[in-house]
Design a protein around this ligand. Structure first.
Ligand code: F6P
Length: 360
């Protein structure tokens, strides 16, 4: 048993399935094994910005429903960089000092930050500036955090996207249509290539590999000539037009968002009289619902390992999944190494080997 500690935990960035099992693991390990107190900080760093900080002591008995619960009981945000925080009057302000003060006001010995690469970069900067003891846990459906093979949330997102492809197969076949599924993933094509292979797509387009519309149409026609009159296309949201124009739109708050590649492909294919097309944009469905068993396992393993790092006074580290085990690496490494789809790696080879058109 180590000395009594009080640690904080927060979830930052877009939510995903698997966050609650991760929180559960942290609380069970810290409270029941080490006898520490865990303060759950609400709405990421926004909770620390408040005076008094918005945080609650988490008890093991509250954790029982969390293993199978989607989302995060702590709330989260992917808005409001503390170093350029948007104020009500339209100006931006550096609120880092308020957040740093929140950590010390809570009397924390360490903080576990669960987030993607953007959140990790911000939390690390706060930790350096404010003398915090920080341990990171990677989460993102995009699976683009460097140095970890798995981030919490990716497996569930892939399962949901795979199920969508499976469901679309039947309606595509019934109507002899080309059905296009646009999936999330930000700048990386991990969800698209994984769900595309697992769901039996014929064409998978990812931001990492340029494509030609002529070849997309040729693949559809090849299938038609074989008597296979339907076709499934999975496309990642950050794929651009054939000539490289990004497809984005401005939301009601004036923010630029990814979206529109599915519709673009549909118009191009239909416009060339190749086939009738329909588009499904899967959106936030990929982030919701029950965490998959794999995300429960990863989140649980990461949660336990993160608490053990604190017990060893081993900070500025992030837990990662490598070669079937959890190992910790400096947070800086995770921030420095972006993980795109390896265009000559196993999944790309598998897709090409199955005759899936990948764009090259
Ligand atoms: O990074 C996770 C992610 O779901 C991306 O795949 C997607 O582009 C983005 O977040 C959506 O963000 P928001 O929740 O702000 O719409």
């Amino acid at each position: 048993m180590s000395e009594q500690k009080r640690i904080g935990i927060l979830t930052s960035g877009g939510d995903c399935a698997g966050l609650n099992p991760t929180i559960r693991a942290v609380v069970l390990r810290a409270v029941e094994h080490y006898g520490w107190e865990v303060m759950g900080i609400r709405q990421a760093t926004h909770g620390l910005m408040k005076d008094p900080p918005d945080a609650v002591s988490l008890q093991p008995q509250q954790m029982d429903p969390l293993l199978t619960a989607g989302g995060t009981i702590l709330g989260t945000t992917n808005k409001g960089n503390p170093f350029a925080f948007p104020m009500a009057d339209g100006t931006v302000c550096d609120r880092s000092a308020d957040i740093i003060a929140g950590y010390h006001q809570l009397g924390l010995d360490a903080l576990i930050g669960i987030g993607g690469d953007g959140s990790m970069a911000i939390l690390r900067q706060l930790a350096q500036q404010g003398n915090w003891n920080l341990v990171g846990i990677p989460k993102t459906i995009d699976n683009d955090v460097g140095v970890t093979e798995w981030s919490v949330g990716f497996d569930t997102a892939v399962s949901i996207a795979t199920e969508a492809v499976e469901r679309l197969q039947f309606t595509a076949a019934s109507h002899s249509r080309v059905l296009i599924l646009e999936v999330m993933g930000r700048d990386a094509g991990h969800i698209a290539i994984s769900a595309g292979i697992a769901g039996g797509a014929d064409i998978i387009l990812i931001p990492e590999i340029p494509y030609a519309l002529d070849n997309v149409c040729a693949k559809i026609k090849e299938r038609q000539q074989q008597g296979r009159n339907h076709c499934l296309i999975v496309v990642a949201e950050a794929v651009r037009t054939e000539t490289g124009t990004p497809l984005t739109y401005t939301d009601g708050l004036g923010e630029c968002r990814l979206g529109g590649i599915g519709q673009y492909l549909s118009e191009q294919i239909c416009g060339r009289h190749v086939a009738e097309t329909r588009v499904t944009v899967l959106g936030h469905v990929q982030r919701g619902g029950m965490p998959s068993p794999t995300d429960r396992l990863i989140g649980s393993a990461f949660g336990v390992a993160a608490v053990d790092l604190i017990a060893e006074d081993h900070f500025d580290q992030i837990v990662t999944w490598q070669n079937r085990q959890v190992v910790s690496v400096p947070i800086l490494d995770a921030i420095a190494h972006y993980r795109a789809v390896n265009t000559t790696g196993t999944l790309a080879k598998t897709a090409r080997g199955l005759g899936i058109y990948l764009g090259d």
